[in-house]
Structures are given as structure tokens and as C-alpha cells.
Ligand binder design. Structure first.
Ligand code: GDP
Length: 307
């Protein structure tokens, strides 16, 4: 038994390397290993099927010539297709041409949104931006407090309604209990205070539900974000597809952040989400500290899966 996807593929490719040429039977044996390994890595079943089909076709038609032996060619094809599904090049954040750049976060409860808000704010601050966090997660009693803590740690101001009353969100016509109002008031405040970026934390539920989606869509329509980032726990496994599809339909997110990549996750969720939504993965969250944050590079992720 092999512990990881990487081990599996490495071993498979070792078998290939021991042979001079690739027959159709060799390729099919390899594809079987790749399928099994990807399934073990929790890549969604339809994504595995697609991927295997693409690699098989390319491997069969690949010319055995040049500097690469057949095994190296299959490795190259697998790597190229992984990078392809993961979005090719790294996609940087879109910034507004004028006024504050609006970044909205969406995802299930516990996905790592609040933590990510702090990480992203710190990262942007270090790049010379003047971010502000906006607490529009009013479902969980603790969420506002948690965002304030994160903001303090990042040294970034947090726009939030005070618990139980109007608080700072008390602009004319704004209700502190209404996330759309709070998000809008946060945006207005950012303009007045000349913040270059706002990061809006929104409510997550334990499971996907219609009310949550509608609330997120309402916030989106009110603040017109430059980026809607869908934060997903890399450990979510086969549920990645249904969750990503629901959020893609619900809020039409512009990019993905993969959280908890410091755990045992082997990257299966990254492949599944990228493939079924076609949306780029922008960042990876790799721990509980604010500095555990990385720009997502498709080629590095592909290598991580293969190495
Ligand atoms: P939210 O409900 O989506 O806002 O999720 P939180 O930001 O509150 O995160 C949920 C839990 O996951 C917290 O205990 C975080 O400390 C933890 N967490 C968030 N991101 C990461 C990460 O990248 N790695 C690890 N190991 N834990 C994380």
C-alpha cells in the first residue's frame, strides 16, 4: 500500500521507466494507477474520469521521440494536465481602478473565512494597501468579535456593528442587524476614510442553504465586489464538488481560496473545485497564524501532487 498520491504515481512511473517503450496495455495500467491514486486523494469521481481520459488520449498519441523516454512523457502529460485544470498561470487579485477594491468572502462555516480575512488584510497591508475589514457575518454571535480579534492582530481596522444595537453601522437608514446594510455602510465608510481595499466577511452555515445563498447574493448585489472569493477547506473531500457548485451558482464567485492546506489534504479538493467551476484558485491558507498564507501557484500544486 502507498500512503500518498505522490508515492503512488512515483511508483507507477518507476514501473514505466523500467520498460523501453509504452504499449497500450502499459498506458492503461498507468491510467488505472492514476485513477486509483486520484480517488484516494479525494478528487471527485467525474473529475478523475475526465482526467484519466485526457491523459490516456494524449499518452496514446504521444510520439516516443526526443529527449524524454515514454515514462517521462507520461509524467509530463500528467503534470501539464494537472496544471491546466488548476488554472495554468497564477491569477492575481483584481483591483478597482478607482475607489476601494471590494473583496467579499463566501463559504461554509468553519471553512476559514475569518482567518483568511485577517491573512489577506495583513498581506495587502504589507504591499502598501490600506485595507479595512467589514464584519457582515451576523449569524454567529461570535463572528464579529472574532473578526475584531483578527483585525487587531493584523493591525487593520474593522468596521462592525456593536453587538445588539446600532453601533458603528448606524449610518442613516442602516440597521446593524442587517448584513446588507452593514456591508454597504462599511463600503461608504471605507470611501470616507480612504481605505484602498475592503474585505467583507459573510455568514457561513454548516451546510449549503438557500437563505444563506440569497443573503450572500444580496450583499454581492449591494456592494458590487471586484472579487468574490470562495473559501473552501482542503480537507472537505468528495463534498468539495457539491459545495463549490452550490456557491458558484449562488454567488458566482470569481476565485477560490483553499484553506487548511497544512493538513493531510493531498490537493484533491483543488483539482475538483477548479475542474467543476472553471474558477481560478488565488490563494492557499496553510495554518492558523496570520502569516500562514500563500499565493497559489498551479504548477507548484501539480508538483506537490506528483512529487
Ligand atoms: P469561518 O467560520 O469560515 O470564518 O472559519 P474560521 O476562520 O473561524 O476558521 C475555522 C477554524 O479553522 C479556526 O479554528 C481556525 O483557526 C482554523 N483555520 C483556519 N484556516 C486554517 C488553516 O489554513 N490551517 C489550519 N490548520 N487551521 C485553519
Amino acid at each position: 500500500m502507498f500512503a500518498t498520491l505522490s508515492d503512488r504515481l512515483t511508483s507507477t512511473f518507476k514501473n514505466l521507466r523500467s520498460k523501453g517503450r509504452l504499449s497500450e496495455a502499459d498506458i492503461d495500467a498507468t491510467i488505472r494507477e492514476i485513477r486509483r491514486a486520484l480517488l484516494d486523494a479525494d478528487v471527485a469521481v467525474p473529475v478523475v474520469r475526465d482526467f484519466a481520459g485526457i491523459v490516456r488520449e494524449r499518452a496514446l498519441s504521444a510520439e516516443v521521440s526526443g529527449a524524454l523516454n515514454p515514462a517521462q512523457q507520461v509524467v509530463k502529460i500528467v503534470n501539464e494536465e494537472l496544471v491546466n485544470i488548476l488554472g495554468g498561470e497564477h491569477r492575481p487579485l483584481n483591483f478597482a481602478k478607482t475607489g476601494p477594491t471590494v473583496i467579499m468572502l463566501a463559504g461554509l462555516q468553519g471553512a476559514g473565512k475569518t482567518t483568511l480575512a485577517g491573512k489577506l488584510a495583513l498581506n495587502l497591508k504589507e504591499q502598501g494597501h490600506t485595507p479595512m475589514l467589514v464584519a457582515a457575518d451576523l449569524q454567529r454571535p461570535n463572528a464579529v468579535t472574532q473578526l475584531k480579534v483578527v483585525g487587531e492582530r493584523a493591525g487593520v481596522p474593522v468596521y462592525a456593528p456593536h453587538p445588539g444595537n446600532q453601533g458603528e453601522a448606524a449610518l442613516p437608514g442602516v440597521s446593524a442587524g442587517d448584513p446588507v446594510s452593514v456591508a454597504l455602510a462599511g463600503l461608504e465608510t471605507a470611501k470616507t476614510r480612504q481605505h484602498s481595499v475592503i474585505i467583507v466577511d459573510t455568514a457561513g452555515r454548516l451546510g449549503v442553504d438557500q437563505e444563506l445563498m440569497e443573503q450572500a447574493a444580496d450583499i454581492r448585489d449591494a456592494i458590487n465586489p471586484n472579487e468574490i472569493l470562495f473559501v473552501i477547506d482542503a480537507m472537505i473531500g468528495q463534498d468539495a464538488v457539491a459545495t463549490a457548485q452550490a456557491f458558484n451558482e449562488g454567488v458566482n464567485f470569481t476565485g477560490v481560496v483553499l484553506s487548511k492546506l497544512d493538513g493531510d489534504a493531498r490537493g484533491g479538493a483543488a483539482l475538483s473545485v477548479a475542474r467543476v467551476t472553471g474558477k481560478p484558485i488565488l490563494f492557499a491558507s496553510t495554518g492558523e497564524k496570520l502569516t500562514d498564507f500563500e499565493v497559489f501557484h498551479p504548477d507548484r500544486m501539480a508538483s506537490r501532487i506528483l512529487d
